[in-house]
Design a protein around this ligand. Structure first.
Ligand code: FES
Length: 124
């Protein structure tokens, strides 16, 4: 296993582009920490741009994970968004005021008393 990080924080663009990007920021919360992130991107892209490097922990070993494919294939980017667990952050557009939490291990299933016996845990 390599110890070299897979991702790095990008430096902001220079000149007029930087000014335009700075004007198009929104505020979100990640693990109860306020972050100012670029608007118009996926949650994963916005969090990576803000320097977040750990999005979830694996259910078995607790190893840290972060987005890898950025196109919905690897599921390494799972987070809880506005109370909904197991969201693929690379496929969700970031919105002002979102409350995002890292996903620690396996998600909890809803209590059996809250479930319709004809639906599965995903409400389908
Ligand atoms: S980064 Fe691979 S599914 Fe989101």
């Amino acid at each position: 296993m390599t110890s070299k990080p897979l991702f790095r924080v990008l430096s902001p663009a220079a000149g007029a582009d930087a000014k335009a990007q700075a004007e198009a920021t929104i505020q979100i919360w990640f693990n109860d920490q306020a972050l100012s992130v670029p608007a118009g991107r996926s949650v994963a892209a916005a969090l990576l741009a803000a320097g977040v490097q750990r999005f979830r922990a694996t259910p078995v070993s607790g190893a840290p994970r972060a987005p890898y494919c950025m196109m919905g294939a690897c599921f390494e980017c799972l987070v809880e968004i506005d109370g909904m667990p197991s969201r693929q952050s690379c496929l969700v557009a970031v919105q002002d005021g979102m409350r995002i939490h890292s996903q620690e291990g396996a998600r909890d299933l809803p209590p059996l008393s809250d479930m319709n016996p004809l639906e599965n845990a995903h409400g389908r």
